[in-house]
Write a protein that binds this ligand. Structure first.
Ligand SMILES: [Zn+2]
Length: 427
């Protein structure tokens, strides 16, 4: 027990005393600390360099219910900085080993590992967490989690976000000596998609990604350059000025663009992210507003910038409004989504109030919902004059296909009268 109390000593300074920067619902005391430990459930996305740090920092900050999701297995090249892993762990799932190691070292913490792709989980899986902490190295994965978290957001009739539907995210990222930490409160602060312009097209890749799981064609080129070259041409040094050598590696643009991952950057960014997580969960202080950058390449420079929401954002906004005739069928509605210039949404799976109207997969669900395609959407939505539907599908941006989740506000033309009558009848 003595060990536990000394461990919460620093935390107690934040949670047991009042302060000038606390939130409106902050009530200092041991109950807050215990409730935080008992009820706050945090998901860590990614168990790589940053993910290992996040799990350790969260556990040491008193969070007791943690889960971690990662699709990768441990590689030898990870061991210099992904400090929860040992040589004998090579080949094992990162999420499982990371969870086990932190639980061994920090008593009382429960960590559930998930060794799978983030897309493999049902959307509802993500709704179960109080806060989602991101320790990822790809824009696509961030974008996906952001879309999922924003899909839980609901707006009231005045287009104000309903507070209980806000799923907070804390996003960390590192690249060499640089990093960022940001707080995303969907509907309040800009979501990842609102500020997608912050991310230039990715041209550098962590070395470990190349060796482990090359995911893109550019990864494969680097893999060819760094690893395959020696295997095939053993002894012949790769010469980027030799056209034949370059032809062998296929592309001229990516070679020489490797950046090292640096353990200290991960530690600093993780500390910033976990402090924000603690602030969101406890209201012991105002959260970062809303984007911190860190640069340790020459001296040390940090700065916080407040970015603004894109009110038109397709992901965190109230949703695109679509006016329809009551006679329109589900199939016709899906055709409209594909033609819609802002949406260009194909392969749509559609849900309304948690009910599947049409599902593309798995085959058994597709078969069960197929007969809905010829029915009127108005009837399928319970003859409501307007409501939100969620659509999961594929969209096209810059000639590239992305899986996406969209919230659409469907309004049926000419049925306002029905609402008025219903209201009058009920009054
Ligand atoms: Zn947004």
């Amino acid at each position: 027990m003595a060990d536990t109390s000394s461990r919460s000593r620093d935390l107690d300074k934040l949670l047991l005393r009042p302060g000038n920067l606390v939130g409106p619902r902050f009530e200092p005391g041991p109950e807050l600390r215990d409730d935080l430990q008992a009820f706050a459930k945090v998901l860590v996305v990614g168990a790589g360099g940053l993910g290992c740090e996040l799990l350790k920092d969260l556990a040491l900050s008193g969070f007791k219910n943690l889960e971690v999701i990662d699709m990768d297995r441990i590689e030898v090249t990870n061991l210099n900085r992904q400090f929860l892993f040992r040589l004998e762990d090579v080949g094992k799932p990162k999420a499982e080993v990371a969870a086990k190691r932190v639980m061994e070292r920090i008593s009382g913490v429960q960590i559930v590992p998930h060794f799978c792709r983030i897309e493999d989980k049902e959307i509802e899986f993500y709704n179960d967490f109080s806060i989602i902490a991101l320790g990822l190295d790809s824009i696509e994965a961030r974008s996906y989690i952001n879309t999922v978290a924003c899909s839980f957001l609901e707006y009231d009739s005045d287009d104000n976000p309903r507070e209980e539907t806000i799923k907070p995210m804390v996003d960390g990222g590192t690249e060499g000596f640089k990093g960022h930490a940001r707080v995303i409160l969907p509907g309040i602060t800009p979501c990842f998609e609102c500020t997608i312009w912050l991310f230039p097209p990715q041209v550098k890749f962590p070395l470990c990604t190349l060796a482990e799981t090359p995911r893109t064609s550019a990864h494969c080129i680097e893999y060819a350059h760094l690893i395959k070259w020696n295997e095939v041409h053993g002894g012949v040094a790769f010469d980027p000025d030799n056209p034949e050598h370059m032809k062998w590696v296929y592309d001229e643009g990516v070679v020489k663009n490797i950046i090292p991952a640096i353990a200290s950057t991960n530690a600093i960014i993780s500390a910033a992210c976990v402090l924000e997580t603690l602030k969101i969960a406890s209201e012991c202080s105002k959260t970062l507003s809303n984007y911190l950058t860190y640069n340790g390449s020459e001296g040390l420079h940090t700065e916080v910038a407040e970015f603004e929401r894109d009110k038109e954002c397709l992901v965190c906004g109230p949703g695109i409004r679509i006016e329809l005739d009551t006679s329109i069928t589900l199939q016709k509605f899906m055709d409209l989504l594909e033609e819609h210039p802002k949406l260009r949404l194909s392969k749509a799976s559609i849900t309304h109030q948690g009910k599947n109207l049409y599902m593309q997969a798995p085959p058994v669900l597709e078969e069960m919902t197929r007969s809905n395609l010829s029915l009127s959407l108005f009837n399928l939505m319970g003859k409501l004059p307007k409501d939100v539907v969620h659509v999961n599908g594929t969209t096209i941006k810059n000639d590239q296909k992305f899986s996406c989740l969209r919230k659409l506000r469907v309004v049926f033309k000419g049925v306002d009268g029905v609402t008025d009558m219903d209201t009058a009848g009920g009054a």
